[in-house]
Design a protein around this ligand. Sequence first.
Ligand SMILES: [Zn+2]
Length: 239
Amino acid sequence: MEIVAVPAFSDNYLWLVHDEASGETAVVDPGDPAPVLAEAERRGWAIGQVWNTHWHPDHTGGNLAIKGATRARISGPAAENIPGRDVALKEGDEVRLGNHVGRVIEVPGHTSGHIALVFDHERVAFVGDTLFAMGCGRLFEGTPEQMYRSLQRLTSLPDETRLYCAHEYTLSNALFAAHAMPGDAAIEGRLAEVKRRRGEGKATVPTSVGQERETNPFVRATNVEEFARLRREKDSFRS
Ligand SMILES: [Zn+2]
């Protein structure tokens, strides 16, 4: 399974997923159709599926244009309003790309029906706006309890699982982490690495479960109250 980042807007990553054996291609959260269609065309890939993690327009804004151009089948969370949706996904459902099987888990918090797609065999998960490298999504619709549990579920996957989140927010998250957990060697080390990569114009995602368990304050929070306090602080934090 080959996964390609397509940058869009100011800081979104739209993920193109290609299976060499079957020739099938899917796109995760195509907020903007133009860069996705251009990248697929450049690679000679025909998009057959759209997978949405949640309803926000920077994740679904390209659905109808991509469906119009490719006749792709659109799968998205059952509990949300998804443009052009053909398949409604709930906890325990599956998406398939060739022989690759992705398991649907419900991870509410950022939105109330947010889902993630977990490819256990490939050690890959598409997590949308639930978990970011060293951070997590804002609580627009869900509760701290829901988000805390969602983050714990995602980071209970094996350490080497790569987490494909939808935004390049790592530098701002790393600065907050260093502020929230001062003197933490793992966080300081990752902050330096993130500064270096961003200085070179490189992406800092995907991240991994192991890295997040070590350096993400929202994941390291030991209870819901600590998580809720960190999330409130981050909402007004200016780095
Ligand atoms: Zn969102």
